[in-house]
Design a protein around this ligand. Structure first.
Ligand code: GDP
Length: 424
């Protein structure tokens, strides 16, 4: 038995979905332990192309049990829509291959609205929320002002609880934002149309995973977003509202005793970032447009054009450290094939000094990138399946990064399809 976590090293969108999809069949359980429907994992396989938001990527593999742990922001409305989307493509989703923790907190009807109201209030100082209600949800979770999935089995208690929460939340909605209050009728509809629909999937998943461990089963933990969006270690306040780092997996999955043997950190061969916040190595203009087009860099959830730039060694090295990554998957190498020379941001300049240490968030705005160029390979590498098949320049690029970030690169991805991968 060995357990593994697949996590993002940078700002998210590194290609975690394709990595999870590649190795899932080696695991008995795939667990999402944090986050909600605010990001999308793109998976391309025999069923088609999918942007998974909440469903674990193991959903496509027969025999894999997929778990949504207590750490996720469980939005019944989004989850049911997502289940329908994959089911329409012939994927089986039932109570045998999908389990929702009874201790997962529910994202309530007002959370999405509160996101939009707050972003509107912040106007040009906004944090770049995807408006899926994630920040209001986690704030309420930590104030103990939301409900647990398991409460759906106690309908009288649930209604009393939701009525109290409704009264409390309407104070904010009306008095702070001047918006329309929510009503108990709406809540009833939400229970009927969405919340009750997830009941068949709800289980004591902590117990299930503890038993799985005792029986020698293997577990994969799947994270959303990346190190720099981690609530504690990321570019605060332009982070998400949960911990995207592997060390949170035992807690967010409900299995505190679990040992994670391998942490695969996913890094894109260049940098992308969706939304607001400092992005030191950012490119603009024609150069940016070319890279964005080459990589198809538009948000999986929002369709927003992603900000792009060269690989950022400073941020990546830090990301590797906070994830405690033991192996790296470098994705989208094929996208760089058009470049004559490959740019890499190796250092930042801060206060007139060169550094390769990732700065404190407040200092990031003044950081300037130092860029080095490596020779390009100028040939299509998407058909390469072995390390030796890669042109020397491409291999040199990989080993250059490896040395600088201090972690072995065990996977090089050269295309979005499952088998477009080189394993070293
Ligand atoms: P995630 O959230 O980390 O899973 O990343 P996204 O799904 O947002 O973005 C990854 C995108 O890159 C998806 O469209 C993938 O299909 C695609 N992708 C992943 N690996 C590769 C690769 O090696 N080459 C190319 N060309 N595309 C890739």
């Amino acid at each position: 038995m060995s357990n593994c976590a697949v996590v993002g090293i940078n700002w998210g969108d590194e290609g975690k979905g394709r990595m999870v999809d590649l190795i899932t069949n080696k695991y008995d359980f795939v667990v999402r332990f944090q986050g909600g429907g605010n990001a999308g994992h793109t998976v391309i396989n025999e069923y088609g192309k999918f942007a998974l938001h909440l469903l674990p990527s193991g959903i496509f593999h027969k025999g894999v049990v997929n778990v949504l742990g207590n750490g996720v922001a469980l939005d019944p409305e989004n989850l049911m829509a997502e289940i329908q989307t994959v089911a329409e493509k012939g994927v089986t989703v039932d109570e045998r291959n999908l389990k929702i923790s009874d201790r997962a907190s529910l994202l309530l009807p007002w959370h999405r609205e509160l996101d939009a109201l707050e972003e509107a209030r912040l106007a040009d100082k906004k944090y770049g929320s995807t408006r899926q209600g994630i920040a209001p949800f986690y704030s309420d979770k930590y104030q103990k002002k939301t409900v647990l999935a398991g409460e759906l089995f106690y309908p009288d208690e649930l209604r009393r609880h939701l009525k109290d929460l409704l009264e409390w939340k309407n104070l904010t909605i009306q008095r702070v934002y001047g918006a329309e209050p929510h009503t108990m009728e709406e809540i009833e509809e939400w229970i009927e149309n969405y919340a009750n629909k997830i009941k068949p999937f709800i289980a004591d998943t902590g117990k299930l995973l503890r038993q799985a461990q005792a029986n020698g089963k293997s577990i994969m933990f799947e994270a959303q977003l990346g190190s720099l969006r981690d609530l504690d270690f990321g570019i605060v306040p332009y982070t998400t509202s949960s911990n995207t780092t592997a060390s949170y997996a035992p807690i967010g999955s409900g299995c505190p005793s679990v040992k994670i043997d391998e942490i695969i950190g996913v890094v894109k061969a260049y940098s992308t970032c969706v939304g607001e916040g400092p992005f030191t190595c950012e490119w603009f203009g024609e150069e940016a447009e070319k890279l964005r087009e080459a990589g198809g860099e538009y948000g999986a959830k929002t369709g927003r054009p992603r900000r792009v730039g060269p690989l950022d060694i400073v941020a990546t090295k830090y990301g590797v450290q906070v994830q405690a990554a033991t192996n790296i998957a470098l994705t989208k190498m094929d996208v760089l094939s058009y470049m004559d020379k490959i740019p890499v941001c190796t250092h930042y300049v801060l206060d007139g000094k060169q550094t390769d240490e990732f700065p404190f968030p407040a200092a990031l705005n003044d950081a300037k990138p130092v860029t080095e160029y490596l020779p390009g390979w100028k040939t299509d590498i998407s058909g390469c399946r072995k390390w030796e098949e890669l042109p020397k320049e491409a291999r040199d690029y990989v080993t250059f990064i490896e040395e600088r970030i201090g972690c072995h690169i065990g996977y090089v991805s050269v295309g979005p399809e499952r088998d477009s991968i080189i394993i070293r």
